[in-house]
Each structure stands twice: as C-alpha cells, then as structure tokens.
Design a protein around this ligand. Structure first.
Ligand code: 5GP
Length: 126
C-alpha cells in the first residue's frame, strides 16, 4: 500500500523554498535540480510539484497536464545538460520506489545521470 505523503520530506521543503537547491529548470508542474551527492558528472533530479510518493503513485493519480509537464521537463533537462541523444552520448534515467527500490526521499523523483559510461544496470545480490 502506498504510504501517506509526508509533507516534511526534504523535497517538499525544497518545493516550499524552505531549503535551497541548485535549480536547473522548472515549469508549471515540475522542478529539476542537481543532486546534492552526485553519482556522475551529470546528476539531476526531476520532481513533480504535486504531492506524490513514488513513480507508481504519480502514474496512478497525476493529471494529464502533470504527466506531460514532468516528462517534457525531464527531456529538456537531458538536452540542456548535453547528454540527450540529439547531441550527447546518452544517459540513464532511474527512479527508486519503496523498500526494495531503496528509495531514500518519499517524494517521487527521476534521477538523470550521465557524463560518463554508466556501467551495468544492476549488481546481482543473490
Ligand atoms: P533516492 O534514493 O530516494 O532515489 O534518491 C534520493 C536522492 O536525493 C539522493 O541521490 C540524494 O543524494 C539526494 N538528496 C537528498 N537530500 C538532498 C537535498 O537536500 N538536496 C538535494 N539536491 N539532493 C538531495
């Protein structure tokens, strides 16, 4: 079951302007900013402005305008950061959900990672 949205999570606080962020781009429905602990030369987080816990929560409840706004901003970020296939060498887009996804911040976010080869997708743990 999707947990209740915690409006004290760090990304909710960034959206309210209570905590600063290194903003990359924004539209009516989404905000993009640099990860505080980057795992690659390009590491941008894209978040919806609405209160959604996870990718599945966002897919189920977001309006068409929110879905489109979020996806358009994500594509624009990849392009602006020089990693989109139009001009760059590619990127990885990841979203972690819940316990097994090892999600740290319970506000849906997409990691856009690039600027170097990303290596294998997962390390097996069995
Ligand atoms: P998750 O594990 O939830 O998919 O990823 C959460 C990400 O948020 C991590 O990569 C972490 O470095 C980043 N993060 C956590 N707190 C902050 C913060 O206060 N500001 C920014 N810009 N990123 C944060």
């Amino acid at each position: 079951m999707t947990p209740a949205y915690d409006d004290q999570n760090i990304f909710a606080r960034i959206l309210r302007g209570e905590i600063p962020c290194d903003k990359v781009a924004e539209n009516d429905h989404a905000l993009a900013f640099r990860d505080i602990n980057p795992a690659a030369p390009v590491h941008v987080l894209v978040i919806p402005k609405g209160a959604y816990v996870s990718f599945d929560d966002f897919c189920a409840r977001a309006s068409e305008a929110e879905l489109a706004g979020f996806l358009r901003l994500s594509g624009q970020v990849a392009e602006a950061e020089g990693v989109a296939l139009k001009r760059g060498a590619g990127f990885r887009a990841i979203t972690n959900a819940g316990e097994h996804g090892v999600q740290e911040v319970p506000h849906f976010h997409l990691h856009i990672l690039g600027g170097r080869g990303m290596g294998p997708m997962l390390t097996r743990r069995d």
